[in-house]
Every structure is written in C-alpha cells, then in structure tokens.
Ligand binder design. Structure first.
Ligand code: TRP
Length: 460
C-alpha cells in the first residue's frame, strides 16, 4: 500500500506559517502559560520553558513537518507511508493513533476553558466588570465554576463551533484568523501591557518573570515547562504533521518552523507581561491556578475607560485564537476517518466531536459535582486530562517522532525533503533529534517520575 493519495498543496510556505501559527497560538499562550508560570515561581520556569522550545520543541517540529510532507495524508496514513518506505515495524503507525486519541483528550478540556472565555465575552459586553475589585473578580470566577449547567452549555457551544469549521473543510477560514485577528490580539495584549505599566505593578511582574530563582523550581516544574513547550507549539500528536501534508515541496522547513516558534513564544511572553502587573497590583496570588487570567483581567477592564469594549474584543479574540487551535486537535482524526472512505466529513465530526464533548462534560464537572472525585492519580478529571496529555502523551509522542525520523527515515529521504544536503544546520538538527531532544525528554520523565514516587513513599 505504498501509495499516497495526494491532496492539494498550499501555494506558499506562508500558508503553512499562518495555519501552524493559528494552531499554536491559543489558550496555551494566554491562559496556560501565565498560570503555570505563576504556579512554578516565575523566572527559572520561564527560562527552562524557553530552552525546551529551542532545543526540544523546534527540532521535533521540523521532524513532524517532514513526516507530514513526505506522507501527504492524515497523520495515521502518513505514518503508515513513511513506515513502509523506511521498512520499519508497522507498530510505528501506532504513533498516529496515539496522536488522534491525544487530540480528542486535549480538545475535551480545552473546550471547557474556551467556554469560560465565551462566558467572559458575554459578561464583558454587558459591562459586567465595571468597577470590579480583585476579590469580586475571584468570587465571580468561582461562581462560574460552581455552575455545572453553565459550564456545559459553553463547552457544548465551543465543540459545535469547532466541529462546524472542521466539517466544512479546515483551511479556508483559518488564513483570515491568523492574518487579521491574531495581530489584533497582539495589539490588545500590548494595550494591556501599557495599562500594567501605568496602573499595575509592572516592575514586580517583570522581575517575577525574568529573575532566575532556581530554588523555586522542582523537577515537576521542569516537566511542566517541557510539556508546555509541546502543548504551546501543538507538537507531539500530529497536528503539525497534518498541516505539513499541505506544505509545498521546496519550502524551507527550518526557517518556517522557527518563524512559528518565535511568534508563539513572543505572544506567550507578552501575555505574561500583560497579566502579572495586574495580578501583583491587586493582591491576587500569582500561583492561584487555572483561573488566573479570569480573575485578573476583568479588574483592568473594569477600571479603564471604554473597558467593556476592550474587554469584549479581548475575550472574543481569545475565543477565536482557541477556535483556530481546537480545529487542529480534531483534524487528524477527522482526516483519517474520511480517508477510510467510510465516513464523510460531517459524520466524522459528529463522532469525534461527540467523544470529546462527552469527556469534556467530566472535565466541566471537575469544578463542582465531581470536585471530590479524585480516583485518577489523586486528580480531578480536568487535572488528569491536562496531566496525561501535556506532561505524558505529548512529550512521549514527540520523543517517538524524533527517534523515528532520526533513526529510521533514510538519510537520502531526509536530505531530499529538507532540500539542504550538506548544510551544517542539517547535521546539527539531525544530531539534536537523534540524541539530544529524546534524551532530554527521557531524563525529565525519569526525574519527575522519581520525584512523584519519592513523594508517595515519603522519602523526599
Ligand atoms: N497550541 C495550542 C495552544 O497553545 C493548543 C493546541 C492546538 C495543541 N493543537 C494542539 C496542543 C496539538 C497540543 C497538540 O493553545
């Protein structure tokens, strides 16, 4: 079955940059990065995260694009193609399967958080944040979490939005999102940074994010930083592979990937600089967890003039950024179901969207009815889904992808795809994905795991 059903190829590598940036920039940058930075003590965590992007994330991203472009199909069938071409064991195709499952698991809790942003867009439009204080903002967020039907409603809306886009064929609308709305989101974030400079505690925020206090960082924090590098770049589950399938043959993969990585990283850092000044000026806890942006930003919007307009625009843009990311979480599975020839795009979406929706209900109930349900390694369903995907499945998937490309794909094929025979960067990249990136993932896994076991045994 060594045969590729070619689908269309994008005209230039810029379409790939737009699609991949649309996938990469999302709740990971605006919601997750600030709150995990807060939980892990700031500076040292940020530095480890940046190092993970550079040394582990970008090299593996190149590997993922390479498989997609070589296979030119859904991740499962692209893996099947490159596995056969390389003469490797068919079990490697399991990587494609693992990616589909991981994507659905991420979508299930991602959609719940996107639902919070939907609710906040509505609250902002009705000027619901006017004059709100820090403690009122926290109480307001707490009320939302305590309302299961509200959470499930918005979660359902977001799953419907996502499947509606994917069902009509992914790429059409995405270009607009990345070209117009993403820059607008950056403008809004910069406005918030400006607000923080004058009204917030910018100095403390800056030193929190960029002074390296290593004693604040645990191995678990390092694992969190590494996992987040995968999460924020949409790596390790085939999303980038799926988009790589549309990349033109002679586009420079290295440059393209670096562009995406820089855009994504800058947006995360700016989001941090927007949020922490407000957090510190209003007596909120940097380590308060997943509610961080929802408890801090309303204070700023409530205090500035025209805040209900800025607030609405901001949360709507966050929803849109999440939307263009969510699409890439379900697309690999949908593309595969369609390739089997047994489903059309609509039914494929109904099935996979339904699965994510159902799991997502458990994630939504983690904050209320199921908050004491901690059977899953002592975590609520929401925390468990986040843990299993970001900290386990994505790094594992990424590690296997890099090992596969480095050790199984023939050098000629790599050189042909990379279009860079004998280029010194090619050798450096190969060395990274052959040894360094997988070894670092393995080391962090072992240390973090040992830390958890030690804690369980009480021998810390
Ligand atoms: N990168 C996105 C964000 O930061 C989330 C995301 C989209 C993702 N597709 C992915 C994460 C694939 C992991 C794998 O919000």
């Amino acid at each position: 079955m060594l045969q590729r059903k070619m689908h269309g190829v994008w005209k230039s590598r810029w379409t790939f940059v737009l699609a991949a940036t649309g996938s990469a920039v999302g709740l990971g940058n605006i919601w997750k990065f600030p709150y995990i930075t807060g939980e892990n003590g700031g500076g040292a965590f940020v530095l480890v995260y940046l190092a993970c992007i550079a040394v582990i994330g970008l090299p593996i991203m190149i590997a993922e694009v390479l498989i997609g472009r070589r296979g030119r199909q859904s991740p499962i069938n692209s893996m099947r193609y490159v596995t056969e071409e390389a003469g490797a064991q068919p079990t490697w195709v399991g990587l494609g399967w693992m990616g589909v499952v991981t994507g659905l698991l991420i979508l299930s809790f991602y959609s719940v958080v996107a639902g919070w942003a939907l609710q906040y867009s509505v609250s902002a439009v009705s000027n619901g944040f006017a004059g709100i204080s820090g403690s009122q903002a926290s109480a307001r967020f707490g009320e939302l979490l305590g309302n299961p039907s509200r959470l499930i409603l918005w979660h359902s809306v977001f799953i419907l939005m996502t499947t509606a886009v994917v069902a009509t064929g992914v790429t059409r609308g995405l270009g607009m999102v990345a070209r117009v709305l993403m820059p607008l989101l950056v403008v809004m974030l910069i406005l918030l940074v400006g607000y923080g400079l004058f009204q917030g505690n910018f100095a403390e925020a800056f030193s929190f994010m960029f002074s390296f206090k290593y004693d604040h960082l645990s191995w678990h924090g390092v694992l969190t930083a590494m996992g987040h590098a995968f999460f924020t770049l949409s790596l390790g589950m085939g999303a980038i592979m799926a988009y790589g399938a549309y990349m033109p043959d002679h586009a420079n993969v290295g440059q393209t990937v670096i562009t995406v990585g820089i855009l994504d990283t800058v947006i995360a850092l700016v989001a941090g600089l927007a949020i922490f000044p407000i957090v510190f000026a209003n007596g909120l806890e940097a380590s308060s967890g997943p509610g961080l942006i929802f408890e801090s930003l309303p204070i700023a919007f409530g205090a500035m003039s025209g805040g209900h307009i800025f607030g609405t625009v901001f949360f709507v843009l966050v929803v849109i950024a999440a939307w263009s990311s969510a699409v890439s979480l379900i697309e690999p599975g949908v593309a595969w179901l369609v390739e089997t020839g047994k489903f059309n795009r609509l039914t494929a979406n109904v099935i996979l969207g339904g699965v994510s929706w159902l799991i997502g209900v458990a994630a939504a109930l983690s904050f209320n009815l199921l908050s004491e349900f901690k059977w899953l390694l002592g975590m609520t369903p929401f925390d468990f889904l986040d843990f299993m995907t970001s900290r386990v499945l994505l790094p594992l998937g990424g590690m296997l992808i890099s090992l596969f490309v480095a050790w199984y794909i023939k050098k000629e094929v790599i050189e042909e795809e990379m279009d860079a025979e004998g280029h010194p960067m090619l050798e450096i990249w190969l060395f990274l994905i052959k040894w360094i990136s997988p070894a670092l993932v393995a080391i962090v896994f072992v240390w973090a795991l040992w830390g958890s076991i030690a804690k369980l045994l009480g021998v810390e």
